[in-house]
Design a protein around this ligand. Structure first.
Ligand SMILES: Cc1cc2nc3c(=O)[nH]c(=O)nc-3n(C[C@H](O)[C@H](O)[C@H](O)COP(=O)(O)OP(=O)(O)OC[C@H]3O[C@@H](n4cnc5c(N)ncnc54)[C@H](O)[C@@H]3O)c2cc1C
Length: 359
C-alpha cells in the first residue's frame, strides 16, 4: 500500500460498515461514528430483506441501478469471503407469482421484464413458469399457482449476518468505533484533527439537514419463523398496491415485505399493512398459518430525487454517499468500488453509474 490514510466514516449502517471494512482491509486507519449501537437498530439495513434482484427491480428503477446490481452480484461473494464470520448468500433466482385476479397487471410486468432483459446478460433471461417448472423450483407452491416468471441468477444475502460480519472485521482490524455518537458535518469539522485525510458521510437519513432533497420512504416488514414452510428463494407476489415478497433466510426465518409509503413516519406498522403482509404470506403458503411472528418493523429508506443514489464531493477529501433507497444491498459493492476509485482520482465507475451529484 502506498499511503496509510486516516479515514473517518459517519454511520455504521450498510454503506458505512462496508466502506469502513474495505478501507481497513486496505490498511488504512479507520474510525467510525455511529448514532446508535452495534446491532444496527438505527439502520434501514437491519430490517431489509436484502434481495439482490436487478431484473426484478428494473420494473421500477433506471438503468444505472440495474447495471450496479449486475456488477454487485459478482462482487458480493468476494467481499463476503473477506469476512471473519459466515454470511448466507445465494443466487437461486427470483420467482414471481400472481393470483388469477392480478393476471392483467402481471402481464404488463412480464412484458416489461422481457424487454428489459434484452440488454442484460443472456443467462438472466426470464423463463415462463408452468406447473412443471414450479414443481422443480418450489414444489410446496404447486396447486395454488399455475403460472409465473422465473428470473435466474438473482440473489439474496442475510443482512444481519452481513452487518455482524463487517463489524467483526472492523474489530479484528482495530478500527476505532464510537457507538451512540451522532455526528453532524459541522461538529466533525470542528473536531477533526489536521491528520484526518478522508471523511465519508454514510449517515443515510441522518444526513437530511445537508441534502435538501433527501427523504424517507416508509417500509413495514414482518419476520416470521415458519418451520412448516420450505421455500428456498425469494418469491414476489404481484399485488395491486405494492410488490410484496417473501424472502427466506436461514433456519426457516422468512421476511415478509414490504410496504412502500411516501412518508417520514417511522412509528409502528399499521394494522392495515400488517394484515396485508400476513394475508399475502398465507395466500402463498398455508404453512404460514402456524408461523410465529418474530418481529414487525418499520424503517425509512433514504431516498434522493428520482429515487437514484448519489455521491457528492463536499471538499477535496470529503464524500457524501446517500440515496440508496430500496436498493442498498443490490448496489452497495458498486457504490463501494466507485468510492474507492474516486479516492485515486479514477472516475470510471462513478461516471459509468452516473453517481456524482452537484453540491
Ligand atoms: C423494509 C425495507 C426493505 C428493504 N429491502 C431491501 C432489499 O431487499 N434489497 C436491497 O438492496 N435493499 C433493501 N432495502 C434498502 C436498504 O436497507 C437501504 O438502501 C440501505 O440500508 C441504505 O444504506 P445506508 O448505509 O445508506 O443507510 P442505513 O443502512 O440506514 O445506515 C445509516 C446509518 O447512519 C447512522 N446515523 C444516522 N445519523 C447519524 C449521525 N448523525 N451520526 C452518526 N451516524 C448516524 C444510522 O444510525 C445508521 O446506522 C430495504 C429497506 C427497507 C426499509
Amino acid at each position: 500500500m502506498a499511503d496509510q490514510l486516516n479515514c473517518t466514516v459517519l454511520g455504521a449502517g450498510l454503506m458505512g460498515r462496508l466502506l469502513a471494512h474495505s478501507l481497513a482491509t486496505q490498511g488504512h486507519r479507520v474510525q467510525v461514528h455511529e448514532a446508535s449501537g452495534p446491532d444496527g437498530t438505527g439502520a434501514a439495513a437491519r430490517v431489509a430483506a436484502s434481495m439482490l434482484a436487478p431484473l426484478a427491480e428494473s420494473a421500477i428503477t433506471e438503468t444505472p441501478v440495474v447495471n450496479m446490481g449486475h456488477y454487485s452480484l459478482s462482487r458480493w461473494p468476494e467481499l463476503i469471503a473477506q469476512l471473519p464470520e459466515p454470511v448466507f448468500f445465494q443466487q437461486l433466482g427470483t420467482l414471481m407469482l400472481w393470483h388469477r385476479q392480478d393476471a392483467q397487471q402481471a402481464r404488463m410486468l412480464v412484458d416489461k421484464l422481457h424487454i428489459n432483459s434484452q440488454s442484460m446478460p443472456s443467462q438472466t433471461r426470464p423463463q415462463t413458469v408452468d406447473g412443471e417448472l414450479l414443481q422443480t423450483l418450489e414444489p410446496e407452491l404447486l396447486g395454488k399457482f399455475q403460472q409465473g416468471l422465473f428470473l435466474p441468477g438473482e440473489g439474496q444475502l442475510d443482512n444481519r449476518q452481513l452487518l455482524a460480519g463487517l463489524l467483526a472485521s472492523l474489530q479484528q482490524q482495530h478500527a476505532r468505533i464510537h457507538w451512540n455518537s451522532p455526528m453532524s458535518m459541522e461538529e466533525l469539522t470542528r473536531q477533526t484533527s489536521s491528520d484526518t485525510d478522508w471523511v465519508f458521510d454514510c449517515r443515510g437519513l441522518g444526513a437530511r439537514e445537508d441534502w435538501s432533497h433527501l427523504r424517507g420512504v416508509r417500509g413495514e416488514v414482518i419476520r416470521l419463523h415458519a418451520p412448516e414452510v420450505h421455500i428456498t428463494r425469494p418469491v414476489r407476489l404481484v399485488h395491486p398496491r405494492y410488490p410484496l415478497y417473501i424472502a427466506p433466510k436461514p433456519d426457516h426465518v422468512y421476511v415478509i415485505g414490504a410496504t412502500e409509503i411516501e412518508s417520514d413516519d417511522k412509528t409502528e406498522a399499521s394494522v392495515r399493512s400488517t394484515l396485508e403482509l400476513l394475508s399475502a404470506a398465507y395466500s402463498l403458503h398455508s404453512g404460514f398459518a402456524e408461523a410465529r411472528i418474530l418481529e414487525i418493523n418499520t424503517q425509512l429508506r433514504p431516498t434522493l430525487k428520482n429515487n437514484l443514489p448519489g455521491i457528492r464531493r463536499l471538499a477535496t477529501r470529503c464524500l457524501q454517499i446517500n440515496g440508496l433507497y430500496r436498493h442498498g444491498f443490490l448496489i452497495a459493492p458498486a457504490m463501494l468500488d466507485a468510492i474507492l476509485g474516486l479516492m485515486n482520482d479514477d472516475t470510471s465507475l462513478s461516471d459509468r453509474f452516473t453517481l456524482i451529484q452537484a453540491n
